[in-house]
Design a protein around this ligand. Structure first.
Ligand code: SF4
Length: 363
């Protein structure tokens, strides 16, 4: 197979919307091509990488920088990816932990993970110009929480305590929400009324583990109500389905994604659960160690929902150096969802509407 064919295959299943994230400086030849029994190959999961919510949030910061000039402040990491955050920092974004670090009157972007009403109010009190880049699928969970609280239901929020998304959702109805971290939490739960319960979840969890938590909850509380639809988002589910397909065929699965990216961490766990002999998560291709490839014929590759495609391409380049030039795509779904930008950014200073003003699906 020649180089062109390899490149063509590598683009299969890449996200529909991609941003011009810069490449890292690659150290060509760092990984060596050591012999193994049989043919070496890569199985590349699709979908992988950027989801619609991440794309929207990153574009929002870029557009805010163009429209208002640097610095533009961002509360928390806009998305959980080191490379994205570093790149936006170089463009003039300033990442802060809380809005009280933002100078009065400045522009602040709320991250894709969402914020509680208390944060929105604090920003307003400080006279900040807030741009809300909360993913619409997280906003949907917030609305459900508000609605169930008004119906006097107690909400069992399945999610990781301390994760920004969970903090934001819990802040919508702090007196009504109890966080359930895992199936093991269920036995110790104390509730006000076992017949007035509903569950919700963080958007980026393991589908299987969440269903197990719900099963345990229902065992204890048979009258537990379900939300109208799954809260685990389409992107998280699609990436897990894809990795489940490649894992049994892979001696090694490499997941590109940051340590604090919930859906990236889940991908590595799912790969191991579904039969990968080994799995590692890396931020950058340069973290792959030669010894991980010892005796490995088939490498599965995927990436979390906050990972720009350029980082996957760099990993494939390094793997090609190590003899894994045959790249086969495993496509389990097509994604073409695009969210409209936050309303503050749908038109430029001259009043021209952004092409993505209405969102929807693009080809
Ligand atoms: S992972 Fe899902 S919920 Fe999170 S930003 Fe992407 S689409 Fe939205």
């Amino acid at each position: 197979m020649n180089d062109t064919q390899v490149r063509d295959q590598r683009t299969i299943g890449a996200p529909v919307v991609t941003l011009a994230m810069p490449r890292m400086r690659r150290q060509a030849g760092r990984l060596r091509d050591r012999p193994v029994l049989g043919e070496k190959k890569v199985i590349l999961a699709a979908p992988r990488g950027y989801c619609a919510g991440v794309d929207r949030a990153v574009v929002a910061v870029e557009k805010a920088l163009v429209r208002y000039g640097a610095p533009v402040y961002v509360r928390k990491q806009i998305v959980h990816n080191v490379h994205v955050v570093n790149t936006l920092e170089k463009m003039g974004a300033v990442f802060v932990e809380e809005v009280d670090e933002v100078p009065e009157g400045a522009h602040v972007v709320f991250s894709a993970h969402g914020v509680s009403p208390a944060v929105v109010n604090e920003a307003a009190d400080r006279g900040l110009h807030a741009i809300d880049a909360t993913c619409p699928l997280v906003t949907k969970v917030h609305r459900e929480a508000v609605r169930f609280a008004k119906q006097d239901l107690e909400i069992l929020l399945i999610g990781h305590d301390g994760h920004e998304e969970v903090e934001g959702t819990a802040g919508e109805a702090p007196d009504r929400i109890t966080i359930v971290n895992s199936p093991d939490d269920v036995d110790a739960l104390e509730v006000r009324d076992p017949d007035r319960l509903v569950w919700l979840s963080q958007t980026t969890l393991s589908v299987d583990e969440t269903m197990e938590t719900v099963r345990r909850l229902r065992e204890r509380f048979p009258n537990l109500q379900d939300p109208p639809s799954d809260d685990i988002c389409y992107a998280t589910q699609n990436r897990q389905v894809a990795v489940k397909q490649i894992a049994p065929q892979a001696d090694l699965v490499l997941v590109v994604g940051s340590e604090n990216s919930s859906n990236s961490v889940r991908l590595k766990e799912v790969a191991l659960e579904y039969g990968a002999r080994a799995a590692y998560r890396v931020d950058f291709a340069s973290e792959v160690r030669q010894e991980w490839l010892d005796g490995v014929r088939t490498v599965g590759v995927t990436s979390g929902a906050s990972v720009p495609e350029v980082l996957v391409q760099e990993l494939l380049d390094d793997l090609a150096d190590a003899g894994y030039r045959d790249v086969e795509a495993a496509v389990t779904a097509e994604e073409d969802l695009v969210f409209s930008l936050p309303k503050e950014l749908r038109q430029d200073a001259a009043g021209n509407r952004d092409a993505r003003a209405l969102g929807g699906r693009v080809r």
